[in-house]
Design a protein around this ligand. Structure first.
Ligand SMILES: C[S@@+](CC[C@H](N)C(=O)[O-])C[C@H]1O[C@@H](n2cnc3c(N)ncnc32)[C@H](O)[C@@H]1O
Length: 258
C-alpha cells in the first residue's frame, strides 16, 4: 500500500559571491538567492552589512576558517551542505569575493555531485577588482602588462611556489591573496630571480569597506613596511602596481631627472 507521507524534495545549493564587503557591490542575483534561502552557510570574511542582508529570512551558520589553521574541517562543511540540501533546504553557500577565486569551491561541488544535489554559481566581485579600483589603476594595461596573475601567498602545504622568473620580468603584475604572512618569502623569491627592488608594491586592506587603507611601498621595503603597518584586516597585495597618483609622481620625477 502506498503511504500518505509527504514526499521529501531535495534542496538546492547556490554558491554566492558576497563581494569584498561593501553591500552595494552585491549582485541582484545574490540578493534574489538570499530571498529564497532557508539557510546561509558563510565564511569568516563576510562583512556584517552583507550578513544582515543575507540573514533577513534565513538561518545564518558561520563555517569560517582563520588564516593557516581551519576552525571547520572542509569535510564537515561539505557534509553540512549535503545534509541541509538532503533535508530539502534551499541553501546559500556564501563566500567572500567571488566563490571561484581561492574559495575551496571544487571540494564542495564534488560533495554535492556525489550526493546528486543541484547547485549553481552566482559570481561576485573578487578582492582584486575592488582593490585595484581603490588605487585608481587597471589590472591590465596596453604596453605594460598583457596578463595579470592571481596568486595565493600560501596554500595547504605552506608558502606557495610560483613562476618567479616570469614574475620578476619588468611590467609583470600580480594580485596576491593571503599575502601578508608570506610577504618576506615572496619578496626573497622575486629578488633572487632578478626582480627590481624598486618595483612598486601596494597593499589594500579592507578594500571597499569603510576602514579601507592603501599602503604603497616597493619590493625592497615590503616586509619592513608590513612589520610596521599593523594590518589586521584582509589585505590584497599588488605586485607591480602603485596607486595612480604615486605612479604619476614617480614618472614626473624620472622625467625631471632625465
Ligand atoms: C580565502 S581568500 C578568498 C578570496 C575571495 N574568494 C575573493 O574572490 O576575493 C581570502 C583573501 O582574499 C583577500 N581579501 C578578501 N576580501 C578582501 C578585502 N575586502 N580587501 C582586501 N583583501 C581581501 C585577502 O587577501 C584575504 O586573505
Amino acid at each position: 500500500m502506498q503511504g500518505s507521507q509527504p514526499q521529501r524534495t531535495t534542496g538546492h545549493v547556490d554558491f554566492v559571491g558576497a563581494g569584498p564587503g561593501d553591500p552595494e557591490l552585491l549582485t541582484l542575483k545574490a540578493l534574489a538567492a538570499f530571498g529564497r534561502a532557508d539557510v546561509v552557510l558563510h565564511d569568516r570574511l563576510i562583512s556584517p552589512e552583507v550578513l544582515s542582508l543575507a540573514g533577513q529570512s534565513a538561518d545564518l551558520v558561520d563555517v569560517g576558517k582563520k588564516g593557516f589553521g581551519p576552525s571547520w574541517k572542509q569535510q564537515d562543511i561539505d557534509a553540512l551542505l549535503v545534509k541541509y540540501a538532503q533535508d530539502g533546504a534551499r541553501v546559500v553557500r556564501l563566500k567572500s569575493g567571488d566563490a571561484t577565486v581561492f574559495g575551496r569551491l571544487d571540494e564542495e561541488i564534488d560533495a554535492l555531485d556525489a550526493a546528486g544535489i543541484s547547485w549553481a554559481i552566482i559570481p561576485g566581485i573578487t578582492a582584486a577588482s575592488a582593490a585595484v579600483a581603490a588605487i585608481g589603476q587597471s589590472l591590465t594595461r596596453r604596453g605594460r602588462n598583457a596578463s595579470v596573475r592571481l596568486l595565493t601567498g600560501h596554500d595547504m602545504k605552506g608558502f606557495a611556489d610560483h613562476d618567479w622568473t616570469a614574475l620578476a620580468r619588468p611590467g609583470a603584475v600580480a594580485a596576491i591573496y593571503m599575502g601578508k604572512k608570506s610577504a618576506r618569502f615572496i619578496q626573497g623569491r622575486l629578488l633572487m630571480h632578478g626582480a627590481d627592488g624598486a618595483t612598486p608594491v601596494t597593499l589594500v586592506e579592507n578594500a571597499s569597506r569603510p576602514d579601507q587603507r592603501v599602503v604603497a611601498t616597493t619590493l625592497d621595503s615590503l616586509s619592513d613596511t608590513l612589520a610596521t603597518a599593523g594590518m589586521d584586516g584582509p589585505a590584497l597585495t599588488f605586485y607591480g602596481l602603485a596607486p595612480r597618483d604615486a605612479a604619476r609622481a614617480a614618472t614626473e620625477l624620472k622625467e625631471e631627472l632625465a
